[in-house]
Design a protein around this ligand. Structure first.
Ligand code: AP5
Length: 220
């Protein structure tokens, strides 16, 4: 299956993408994760992207699109993928469509995680991330067994620079102004499905599984 996860920051796109990726064996392609890795490695892309990311602004379309096109061309993405956090602008969506057209493929679903603003703010301001393996926690919703320590690898947990309240508000504005229109873009293409991002991790996963299993059964 070829999937696009859409929705505001903090909607739970990355959390679900990780679970779905494991269950259905599709690569989870998160532009945010790829960019953060580039910043960590101080690569040329990372140096270009860092300022935009810290300010909660979008990295220029050309940089992000190049990364995604390269990633989608790898063999593990040939049978399906989950695009998390891309596209984020109309220009990115149009470029993605061009690539799909060249490859003769289409997407199965664009899934919109419809999530209310107070939920997003509380999730992002409480998020903590493992510095070693990148696993996400939350100070009240998803707590590690040992304070500030990752359950999976023992790494220390930290707060993302763009998860400070002022930057969260900026990211929400950027989402409203530059990304929210993509909901209609994919609705017009007939591939949009909506799930409530306000539900618990397990409930959202259940809703997604129903959707995907239906598609898989329809095909067989
Ligand atoms: P990115 O990393 O994509 O950030 P984002 O979209 O702002 O996504 P988040 O990771 O904040 O939200 P999410 O929906 O994945 O939520 P998550 O599952 O993590 O992008 C960062 C930056 O990179 C951008 O600002 C931009 O600068 C740049 N960038 C990236 N892509 C770009 C593009 N295409 N174009 C240009 N620039 C780009 O969950 C959040 C928290 O909530 C976690 O603590 C989690 O544990 C918790 N949680 C999740 N689900 C639930 C639930 N159901 N119930 C309770 N808690 C939950």
């Amino acid at each position: 299956m070829r999937l696009i996860f859409l929705g505001p920051p903090g909607a739970g796109k990355g959390t679900q993408a990780k679970v779905i990726s494991k269950k259905f064996n599709y690569p989870h392609i998160s532009t945010g994760d790829i960019l953060r890795e580039s910043v960590k490695n101080n690569s040329p892309v990372g140096r270009q992207a860092k300022g935009y990311m810290d300010r909660g602004e979008l990295v220029p379309d050309e940089i992000v699109t190049r990364i995604v096109v390269e990633r989608l061309g790898r063999p593990d993405a040939s049978a399906g993928f989950i695009l998390d956090g891309f596209p984020r602008t109309k220009k990115q969506a149009v470029e993605l469509d061009k690539e799909f057209k060249k490859a003769g493929i289409g997407i199965d679903y664009a899934i919109y995680f419809e999530t209310s603003e107070p939920v997003v703010i509380s999730r992002l301001s409480g998020r903590r991330v493992c510095e070693k393996c990148g696993l996400n926690y939350h100070i009240t919703n998803i707590r590690p067994k040992k304070e500030n320590t990752c359950d999976a690898c023992g790494g220390a947990l930290f707060q993302r620079e763009d998860d400070k309240v002022e930057t969260i508000k900026k990211r929400l504005n950027v989402y409203k102004n530059q990304t929210a229109d993509l909901i209609d873009y994919y609705k017009d293409k007939g591939v949009l499905e909506t799930v409530s991002g306000d539900l618990s991790v397990e409930e959202v996963f259940k809703a997604l599984s129903v959707l995907f299993n239906k598609r898989i059964n329809d095909r067989s």
